[in-house]
Design a protein around this ligand. Structure first.
Ligand code: SF4
Ligand code: SF4
Length: 350
């Protein structure tokens, strides 16, 4: 198992260092345009937040996996965990906002000791779409998680899970030895309780991100390939596949630099820039809450420690009017959201 950047004392564990890399070199010399200049070409700078639709809450960076490309730098050694007090502040906001989607992420959100309590409390409020980003293997990681499929079913949460490929080799390379077999077993268990079945309202979606320094293929055709392979090989059903572009931050940035792919990858992102995607990038309708309650335009900005550009900085001071219309904090990592068909936590955006 690889170690997190934090555990390795890597210079990239420092978000400031990541931002320097993203602003220097080919972007400082003008070889490639900065993201703000690129979106200004079509009059889309500054990028502004619209009405809040999705509240994404990161309940902690602890994870049972240490995937090669993790933008959170999550792993078993990360101890940042949201407290029940901060969860309570989130619940107050959920009660009072018109956001239709609540999106719980991590790390492995299930590892937060108050995860089940939070799911139950949030559901009492009544959210239209309640997403839990489950890495699947957590369901098989320890006896105390074996009943998660039943728990998810009981509360009708929407499961979104990463699955970088339908083959063991590619999946294990990116996510760690043994991850593929455990993920398959977990998917079969989710299917057994009704998740992902053709007419079931128990939603099970998969998320694909490339296993190297390249952009994802077409979402619809990849979904077809995944569905066929997982059904033929393992009898697995799921609803939709969402493709996500790897953003050049954290462990993926580390991978790009170590494999000497950083510049080529940034060229590929800039060349694939699609101005049509800018109006729909997820920061325009999403707010990301960190484990300690601070607010960010997205989970990526959270990891780069780029807080919202607003008087309101913390969930305890939440004020929808003050946050709406704020200027989004951007840097060159944002090219990852606007390449090709665009990319967000809900897949392509074009
Ligand atoms: S990508 Fe997901 S499953 Fe993998 S280490 Fe990061 S948070 Fe954990
Ligand atoms: S990285 Fe975040 S801030 Fe930048 S475009 Fe994507 S969602 Fe918006």
């Amino acid at each position: 198992m690889i170690k997190s950047l934090h555990k390795r004392n890597s210079e990239l564990a420092n978000s400031q260092r990541q931002l320097e890399i993203l602003s220097n070199g080919i972007f400082q010399s003008g070889e490639l345009p900065k993201f703000k200049d690129k979106i200004a070409e079509t009059g889309q700078f500054p990028l502004k937040a619209k009405k809040l639709e999705i509240l994404q809450i990161n309940v902690g960076y602890m994870c049972n996996q240490v995937c090669e490309h993790c933008h959170v730098d999550a792993g078993p050694d990360r101890k940042e965990i949201m407290t029940r007090e901060t969860m309570q502040q989130c619940l107050e906001v959920i009660k009072n906002t018109g956001a239709h989607t609540l999106d719980l992420t991590g790390g492995a959100p299930e590892m937060n000791p108050d995860f089940r309590w939070f799911v139950e409390e949030a559901l009492k409020i009544g959210v239209k779409d309640f997403i839990v980003r489950s890495n699947l293997t957590i369901i098989r990681a320890n006896k105390k998680y074996y009943d998660l499929p039943e728990f998810f079913k009981k509360h009708n949460v929407h499961i979104m899970s990463s699955m970088p490929h339908w083959t063991k080799g590619k999946t294990d390379k990116q996510r760690g030895n043994g991850v593929f077999d455990k993920s398959i077993k977990a998917l079969q268990e989710l299917n057994a309780v009704g998740y992902g079945m053709p007419d079931s309202n128990l939603r099970l979606d998969l998320v694909y991100n490339p296993s190297g320094a390249f952009l994802p293929g077409n979402q619809a055709s990849m979904e077809k390939d995944f569905k066929k392979a997982l059904m033929d090989d393992f009898g697995i059903n799921f609803h939709n596949l969402f493709t996500i572009t790897n953003l050049p931050i954290s462990r993926f940035l580390d991978y790009l630099i170590a494999s000497e792919n950083y510049e080529d990858y940034m060229y590929a992102l800039v060349e694939a820039y699609n101005p049509q995607t800018v109006k729909n990038v997820m920061c325009t309708n999403t707010l990301s809450v960190s484990w300690d309650g601070y607010l960010y335009d997205c989970d990526f900005n959270q990891m780069l420690n780029l807080p919202v550009n607003s008087k309101v900085k913390h969930i305890s001071d939440y004020n929808e009017e003050l946050l709406e219309g704020r200027t989004i904090m951007i840097s060159q990592h944002c090219y990852g959201c606007t390449a090709g068909a665009g990319s967000s936590c809900q897949g392509s955006v074009a």
